[in-house]
Design a protein around this ligand. Structure first.
Ligand code: IPM
Ligand code: MG
Length: 368
């Protein structure tokens, strides 16, 4: 059997720096665990635009469709702010999500014990937190038509459309229920059924799927604004949250900060199974390209490394090896190793991106 294949797209800003640490972890698995990946690397985002005039070359798109999993760093930067919408770095990422049909975006927010003092919320609110946001990723207002800026009389009008089909709602609901069964068996669905017809349909379809296929899972519904409030008030009331593309974008950034830093949160974007049984998959940190600290070796590589751990679990069925990486991260944090984003008000000396990678590799060695 051939090695599992990975396409690495480091992207822009801190993407290449954090991905360099992931490459070292991948190499560690080859050297120490006999788990070898066929790795190829390519461009996405602003760097792809600089080279090809498009944020995602067709050849890169084709490669992404062929590999077992894609690992992505981050896209975007201020130098691209004035580009036409159609070639902005973010369009590269959105094209990957859409054309690979990665409809279920899993964003786990876990608070590591060592960081529970560090959240802006009280320790007892976040200590031991372990929730999973399942964000719909290929539809909704991100992709709905009509869209654009048009002229109406003597003024301009900006238009985006929230649109969801029943089948789009049903499939992401199933992903959430399946995950819940492997966790604490609870799903909370969030929308704005009080003001949006698409939210009314969302609630109906989630309820129908639940009754027909997942009646053993506890289901609740919440308006997304109230959900945001409850997430900061008492996040531990949740297990799995399922929500649409835009609400999921917002709520997952909020959930990330419960854990202390956006630099901690990984994600998996999964689609339908391929011929080999593995799901179409892309793994990326939730954080962005952080242009303000790019190139300085300050970025926290943990979110990207934990995204690779999610690849081990969800694409390659190596839950034990994923847990090995997660435990190594936990150990390093317990030892007090901190990148700048993880420094509390009491200060201290932050380590570099590469030194965080060194520490995690040492913890992996110690796990053998
Ligand atoms: C995310 C990001 C993206 C999104 C951007 C970079 C297009 O914020 O993955 O959360 O809005 O989905
Ligand atoms: Mg976001």
């Amino acid at each position: 059997m051939s090695n599992p294949s990975l396409l690495i797209l480091p992207g822009d800003g801190i993407g290449p720096e954090v991905m360099a640490e992931v490459r070292r972890i991948i190499d560690w698995f080859g050297a120490k665990r006999g788990i070898t990946f066929d790795v190829s690397e390519d461009l996405v985002g602003g760097c792809a635009y600089d080279k090809h005039g498009t944020p995602l070359h067709d050849d890169t798109m084709a490669k992404a469709q062929e590999v077992d999993a894609v690992l992505l760093g981050a896209v975007g930067g201020p130098q691209y702010d004035n580009l036409d919408f159609s070639v902005k770095p973010e369009r590269g990422l959105l094209r990957l999500r859409k054309e690979m049909d990665l409809y279920a975006n899993l964003r786990p927010a876990q608070c590591f014990d060592a960081l529970s003092d560090f959240s802006s919320l009280k320790k007892d609110v976040v200590a031991g937190l372990d929730i999973m946001i399942v964000r719909e990723l290929t539809s909704g207002v991100y992709f709905g038509e009509p869209r654009g800026v048009i002229r109406e009389g003597n003024e301009r009008v900006g238009i985006n459309t929230q649109r969801y089909t029943e089948s789009e709602i049903a499939r992401v609901a199933r992903s959430a229920f399946e995950l819940a069964r492997k966790r604490s068996n609870k799903v909370c669905s969030m929308e704005k059924a009080n003001v949006m017809e698409s939210g009314v349909l969302w609630r109906e379809v989630v309820t129908e799927v639940h009754q027909a296929e997942y009646a053993d899972v506890e289901l609740s519904h919440m308006y997304a604004d109230a959900g945001a409030m409850q997430l900061t008030r008492w996040p531990k009331q949740f297990d799995v949250i399922v929500t649409d593309n835009l609400f999921g974008d917002l709520l997952s950034d909020l959930a990330a900060m419960l854990t202390g830093s956006l630099g901690m949160l990984p994600s998996a974007s999964l689609g339908a199974p391929m011929a080999n049984g593995r799901p179409k998959a892309l793994y990326e940190p939730v954080h962005g390209s952080a242009p303000d600290i790019a190139g300085q070796g300050k970025a926290n590589p943990i979110a990207c490394i934990l995204s690779f751990a999610m690849a081990l679990r969800y694409s390659f069925d190596m839950g034990d090896e994923a847990a090995r990486v997660e435990k190594a991260v936990e150990q390093v944090l317990a030892d007090g190793v901190r990148t700048a984003d993880l420094m509390g008000p009491e200060g201290g000396t932050p380590v570099s991106t590469a030194a965080m990678g060194d520490a995690i590799l040492a913890a992996l060695d110690a796990s053998l």
